[in-house]
Design a protein around this ligand. Structure first.
Ligand SMILES: Nc1ncnc2c1ncn2[C@@H]1O[C@H](COP(=O)(O)OP(=O)(O)O)[C@@H](O)[C@H]1O
Ligand SMILES: O=P(O)(O)OC[C@H]1O[C@H](OP(=O)(O)OP(=O)(O)O)[C@H](O)[C@@H]1O
Length: 182
């Protein structure tokens, strides 16, 4: 069996990373979602994640339980190393990443694809307000990162606008992935 591809989904806050990942997994049952470990209260809402304390996160990091980890928005995010077993069993996995770890992810995973989602600034602002997980100040901080570019020299990048219906984004992503025979 061939190794599964890891699809790292990136883009500015509010662009729809989690929504697109969930819709892709619904549309294509061979794709699985990676549940991240985050130092965020477990009942914050939004994506399905495992909420842990700072101490527990540090303990897991030191034990090598994360294959990737990074700080952002005053939180710590970790990708459980168990994703390696899933990929080895041929599963295609979707994971929400920071743009800052893409080069490292390419080095670590044999079949890595970046899915870069985009949307106009006013759409991001409207969506973050409607999502309601963060207060106004935190939304402003998140919006200020929207211009943050992808690192130079990445291998395989698929860029898709998520400014229309989710179904359209999903169809475009699936056809781009198939075109590249991921
Ligand atoms: N294509 C879309 N059309 C309309 N609303 C969307 C679309 N994609 C995402 N949303 C909404 O935008 C908000 C932010 O989406 P989310 O998936 O949390 O983005 P991100 O993970 O990139 O911050 C959510 O309330 C979600 O329901
Ligand atoms: O370095 P960046 O590419 O800007 O990404 C920073 C962080 O933002 C996102 O987090 P999260 O999903 O918690 O926030 P979001 O839903 O508001 O994007 C993403 O998953 C990273 O953890």
């Amino acid at each position: 069996m061939s190794t599964g591809a890891l699809i790292g989904v990136v883009g500015p806050s509010g662009v729809g990373k989690d929504s697109v990942m969930e819709a892709l997994a619904r549309a294509e049952p061979s794709m699985g979602l990676v549940r991240r470990v985050i130092t965020r209260p477990a009942d914050a809402g939004g994506e399905d994640f495992e909420g842990v304390s700072e101490e527990e996160f540090a303990r897991r990091r030191e034990q090598g339980e994360f294959v990737l980890h990074w700080p952002a928005h005053g939180l710590h995010y970790g990708v459980p190393a168990t994703v390696r077993g899933r990929l080895a069993r041929g599963e295609t996995c979707l994971v929400n990443l920071s743009r800052a770890v893409l080069a490292e992810a390419e080095r670590l995973f044999e079949r890595f694809v970046t899915l870069h989602l985009t949307a106009p600034a006013e759409v991001l602002a409207e969506r973050l307000a409607a999502r309601g997980r963060e207060d106004k100040a935190e939304i402003a901080r998140r919006l200020s990162r929207q211009g943050f570019a992808l690192p130079e020299g990445l291998g395989r990048v698929i860029e898709v606008a998520n400014d229309g219906p989710l179904e359209r984004t999903v169809a475009t992503v699936l056809s781009e992935l198939q075109a590249g025979k991921v």
